[in-house]
Design a protein. Structure first.
Lengths: 126, 482
């Protein structure tokens, strides 16, 4: 059973989001990293890039496949976790610590699930 | 096994040169290297043994069964090699006068015509050097077509989610944005999703038919109509042409351009042995954009070159991998009009026989037992029951001298094993494969844990792919003495 922290929000495409003073931090869930397997490469956007809710803003590569990471919000990237580039394994080791980007100037938030609803969603997909 | 550098003995050498019979030239000091290159020093016999040892560790069609799905690892008849080795084909130069290479030009022209006929196209180019290169070339044609009409709003290429990874990659390389459409429950394109995706921004659709699940999409005519009505063009990825050649033509299904993989369907070397070749064909209205120069036949019957008016330009030096084209021509001429459809029919028969036998054995076939030239096994249920994954099954097959099927593809089946036997395997080989698969299934149920350690009899067990990808060693590291 994967870890699903109570205080975060989730997407059906397995990203987690936290909102602090209207800056949204985005990462991949424990369920996602487990399904993808050992990650070996991460492609990140740059600061000032625009992201759109429901559209891919990054991708991750495992030995099996490359997968898109979708943005839960529409806004502008204000910070990028560049440490991930050299250490993609941190997403496997600490999915809720290994954030991808922080997004500000958010104009739209896509449909988000709370921890309980996301757990049910994972149950369905497993 | 030891590397060449580890076999090296200082001062040992093999080459015995003849006495110098030309004047010695003194090079400028600045041009000379200060330190000798660190090349292995060894005798020819040891070098020979090293490469023979390496060769023993490989697996090719000459070693055993190679059912690598979507790759069409068929046997390549020796006669292709004999023909391609004829001096008239090998002792030439791409810049020599056209009048002196009429035979070579004729061979290219003839192959183009035959491939165009097999695909239902009007014109071909042999330039692209591989499948994805062909995709890229085809997309350049589509882009040029829209641009010459002044329609610059068409920026999107529609790709089904069962597509080869090269399709979206080629589309992005050609400057398009990719729109994925999902598959329906039967494994075909979801028509409603396609209708929703197609519009004034659609440049085209890329489709493999039969698709990577080994299924011929029964809605193919409708699919092409939807895209055409939206103003887009249809691109046929010929990766799976081996299932339909001689029976159904992409051009008749509604496609506007195609690529074919000579190294798959037309029996030229493949998989480390290349080089590949991915000729692109198109309907007449796209022909003005083809890469040039093209081989044309003049009124006097002589062949020469012609540059298409609005050509997208060269996509490769000279005329593509010419000797690969010669092999494909030899193959097509050997099989002839009757043999080509017979080959694909046998490929489909072999795949259906294997699908049926493996389903009987207890493997799960998520899209049923009927297929075209390949099919997908889902090891998900096996993994849930025994813990044995598609990876474990694949690794265990290595112990039996069989190249595993394609693993974990297509992505829409999570524990996929994709099996493509091809038409060049006899019934005995297929039955032997089935009995090995039965044995693995039996082992999974009785000693599943053990299979996580397979293979047991190979020179290399399970390479650490994760570390290799995260921290690759890309060159030999010399010790202190180096």
């Amino acid at each position: 059973m994967s870890t699903i922290p109570e205080e975060l929000s989730y997407t059906t495409s397995h990203e987690w989001v936290s909102n602090e003073d209207d800056v949204y931090t985005i990462g991949l869930t424990d369920f996602a990293q487990d399904a993808l397997g050992d990650l070996v490469f991460v492609n990140l956007p740059q600061v000032d890039d625009e992201v759109v809710a429901g559209e891919a803003f990054a991708d991750v590569e495992s030995v099996k496949a490359v997968s898109d990471v979708f943005s839960p919000v529409t806004g502008v990237v204000v910070e990028v976790n560049e440490d991930l580039l050299d250490a993609p394994e941190s997403i496997n080791e600490d999915p809720y610590g290994a954030w991808f980007v922080r997004v500000g100037e958010v104009t739209e938030v896509g449909e988000l699930l709370d921890a309980e609803a996301y757990a049910a969603h994972c149950e369905q997909e497993a | 096994m030891k590397l060449l550098f580890e076999r090296s003995v200082p001062g040992r050498k093999q080459a015995i040169f003849p006495e110098l019979d030309v004047p010695e030239v003194a090079f400028d000091e600045g041009l000379l290297r200060q330190k000798a290159p660190r090349l292995p020093q060894m005798a020819e016999v040891d070098l020979g043994r090293h490469y023979t040892e390496l060769a023993k560790q490989t697996h090719g069609v000459n070693d055993g069964f190679y059912p690598l799905g979507s790759c069409t690892m068929k046997y390549n008849p020796r006669v292709n090699e004999q023909v391609a080795a004829l001096p008239g084909f090998t002792d030439i130069h791409p810049l020599q006068p056209e009048a002196t290479v009429q035979g070579c030009l004729r061979a290219m022209h003839q192959l183009e015509g035959m491939l165009a006929e097999i695909c239902g196209m009007d014109a071909m180019t042999l330039q692209p050097a591989a499948g994805a290169h062909g995709e890229y070339t085809g997309l350049l044609l589509i882009r040029a077509y829209h641009q010459h009409r002044g329609d610059t709003a068409r920026t999107k290429i529609i790709v089904p989610d069962s597509a080869h990874g090269t399709n979206p990659a080629s589309a992005v390389m050609a400057g398009f944005t990719v729109v994925a459409v999902p598959s329906n429950a039967e494994g075909g394109v979801d028509l409603d999703a396609l209708r929703a995706a197609a519009g004034p921004d659609t440049a085209g659709l890329m489709l493999t038919n039969p698709n990577t699940l080994g299924l011929f999409d029964p809605s193919i005519v409708e699919i092409c109509r939807i895209v055409h009505e939206a103003g887009g063009l249809c691109y046929y990825d010929g990766a799976n042409l081996n299932a339909v050649m001689g029976h159904a033509r992409p051009g008749d299904m509604g496609f506007d351009c195609v690529h074919v993989n000579l190294h798959k369907t037309f029996s030229t070397p493949h998989g480390g042995g290349g080089p590949g070749s991915g000729p692109v064909g198109c309907k007449e209205f796209l022909a003005p954009y083809l890469p040039g120069p093209r081989v044309v036949e003049g009124e006097d019957g002589a062949c020469g070159f012609d540059q298409p008016e609005q050509s997208v330009g060269k996509v490769r030096s000279f005329y593509g991998n010419f000797l690969v084209a010669v092999r494909a021509l030899a193959y097509i001429l050997t099989l002839g009009r009757e043999g080509i459809p017979e080959a694909s029919a046998s490929a489909v028969l072999n795949a259906n026989y294997l699908a049926h036998m493996l389903a009987e054995a207890g493997y799960t076939l998520p899209y049923g037992e009927r297929c075209m030239h390949e099919f997908v096994i889902d090891c998900g249920p096996l993994k849930a029951e025994t813990g044995v994954s598609a990876m474990d099954v694949a690794k265990r097959l290595l112990d039996f001298g069989i190249h595993p099927p394609t693993m974990y593809f297509p992505l829409i089946v999570h524990e996929a094993l994709m099996v493509e036997p091809t038409e060049t395997e006899g019934r005995e080989t297929l039955d032997e494969f089935v009995s090995m698969m039965e044995r693995i299934l039996d082992e999974a149920h009785t000693e599943g844990e053990k299979l996580h350690g397979a293979p047991f009899d190979c020179p290399i067990g399970r390479p650490d792919e994760v570390t290799a990808a995260r921290k690759p060693h890309l060159r030999y590291e010399f010790g202190q003495e180096g």
